[in-house]
Design a protein around this ligand. Structure first.
Ligand code: NAP
Length: 245
């Protein structure tokens, strides 16, 4: 049985990734802050192990998460850095605390967790998949901190892929456009849109005419983790219906 750690497993894309990996035969440590939602995810799924942690708490908290996960797993084949937050603001109106929190969750935690997982991934010639964003490849309006964090995550992906390819560790980023998750719904409310109105409005902005489903992102993660993707490393793959084309 293969073993994975997934951050942000309590909601949206991370939730779908945990289920898809478990269905593909992984034992999955699912992390997040919301213990009740993690427990609900793991209900009736002995292959999903909930582990609550606040990734904004810094280096030691991230290292403690990996130590606790490794007490539950008998090796590590995959780390998915999926947890993320989005603060809607241009640079002029981004508060310092929102900038720091965005960097802490979206970028710093991915670095600390990846670094702590490297010794384990060396043993299995495992993989890391970072959930970045199409806004890590091109900018979006009123998202200065978010774009900076996701752009940083894309280049962290590429830099680490170069450094660790010879050890057999593959590191890739997935760059979704709009995905139908609670994060998208939260933004829709700010735009005065219902869930269905948001799917229609944001979908119409995409060349494909619709937003992406969390399960589609999860399937791409599963592919990148699989032996069939052995020659894929250092990439940042858009899954956005053509937005970045
Ligand atoms: P979501 O439904 O809001 O889920 C975000 C996840 O991140 C939750 O599980 C949340 O856990 C976790 N998280 C946030 N802050 C955390 C913290 N301090 N410590 C630990 N966990 C924390 O969002 P989503 O749409 O699934 O997003 C998942 C990833 O995809 C993010 O990196 C996001 O930037 C990226 N993405 C999303 C979209 C989109 O349109 N939805 C597009 C491009 C990229 P708790 O709730 O338990 O705290």
């Amino acid at each position: 049985m293969k073993n994975a750690i997934v951050t942000g497993g309590s909601s949206g894309i991370g939730h779908a990734i945990c289920l898809a990996l478990a269905d593909a035969g992984y034992r999955v440590v699912a992390s997040g802050r919301d213990e009740a939602r993690l427990e609900a995810l793991a209900q009736g799924r002995p292959d999903i192990l909930p582990l609550a942690a606040d990734l904004a708490a810094g280096e030691e908290a991230c290292e403690a998460l990996v130590r606790a996960a490794m007490q539950r797993l008998d090796g590590l084949d995959l780390l998915v850095n999926n947890a993320g937050i989005y603060v809607r603001a241009d640079a002029g109106s981004t508060r310092g605390e929102d900038w720091r929190r965005t960097m802490a969750v979206n970028l710093d935690a991915a670095f600390y967790l990846s670094r702590a997982c490297l010794p384990h991934l060396r043993k299995t010639r495992g993989a890391i998949v970072n959930i970045a964003s199409d806004w890590g490849l091109k900018a979006g309006r009123r998202a200065a901190a978010y774009c900076a964090s996701k752009g940083g995550l894309v280049l962290l992906t590429r830099a680490m892929a170069l450094d660790h390819a010879a050890e057999g560790i593959r590191i890739n980023a997935v760059c979704p456009g709009d995905v139908d998750t609670p994060m998208l719904v939260k933004e829709a409310v700010k735009d005065g849109l219902s869930h269905n109105e948001a799917l229609a409005r944001y979908g119409a902005d995409s060349p494909s005419g619709r937003v992406t489903r969390p399960e589609e992102v999860a399937a791409l993660v599963c592919y990148l983790a699989a032996p069939e993707a052995a020659q894929i490393t250092g990439t940042a793959i858009p899954i956005d219906g053509g937005n970045t084309a």
